[in-house]
Design a protein around this ligand. Structure first.
Ligand code: SAM
Length: 187
């Protein structure tokens, strides 16, 4: 599960939706976000999941402190991604070894001190500033050792048939048309 802190509807809409899409594609089972509630993003992610398959939850919680407390009370691990933390390559094996459910926390404009203090691991994906999207993507890729790249997405209405060139999409029967393939990418 990924926790995105302090979402702002106007400024962060694009980054947050891209973060959620990247988390979904790369093996997370859902996201929680704090800050401003954004029903447009929630609807977009639900639509993507319905069309492209798998299970992926989007949950809004007003306060980060409550999410962190509940996660720790439930015995889960808190992993905060921050360029100030320990290098990913040094800690990912230990994180993977822990059997506890994992909450991967990424910031927005300002990350409260509480997050650094409560985290079981503060993890740096390089010690250079970049973005929550790249940080989560690389973290998941290392955590899953690349196996997320071939993760199946059950009950998809749409499935891409990989091509050397062009686009080919399989549409599941009963999802608005017969079972067909198209080469123009229109869906
Ligand atoms: C765009 S950054 C936040 C920048 C903001 N100016 C600040 O100082 O908090 C958003 C989030 O991306 C993640 N992030 C950015 N660079 C990272 C890095 N090198 N390693 C791990 N996470 C990183 C962190 O979770 C951070 O809170």
């Amino acid at each position: 599960m990924v926790l995105r802190l302090s979402h702002r509807i106007i400024r962060d809409a694009r980054a947050t939706s891209h973060l959620f899409l990247a988390a979904r594609a790369l093996g997370a089972d859902g996201v929680i976000y704090t800050g401003q509630r954004d029903r447009t993003i929630e609807a977009t992610i639900h639509e993507v999941t319905k069309a492209w398959g798998g299970h992926f939850d989007v949950t809004y919680q007003p306060k980060a402190a409550g999410v962190l407390k509940e996660w720790k009370t439930g015995g889960g691990d808190l992993i905060h991604l921050s360029m100030y933390g320990l290098p990913l390559q040094n800690v990912v094996d230990a994180i993977r070894t822990s059997p506890a459910d994992k909450l991967i926390v990424v910031g927005g404009a300002k990350v409260p001190r509480l997050v650094y203090d409560e985290a079981d691991w503060n993890v740096a994906v390089t010690s250079q500033p970049h973005s929550e999207i790249s940080a989560v993507s690389l973290f998941l890729h290392e955590l899953f050792r690349g196996q997320e790249l071939s993760k199946p997405f059950e009950d998809a209405e749409l499935t891409i048939m990989p091509q050397v060139r062009g686009k080919k999409i399989l549409r599941r029967s009963g999802s608005g048309g017969g079972r067909d393939t198209r080469h123009d990418g229109s869906v």
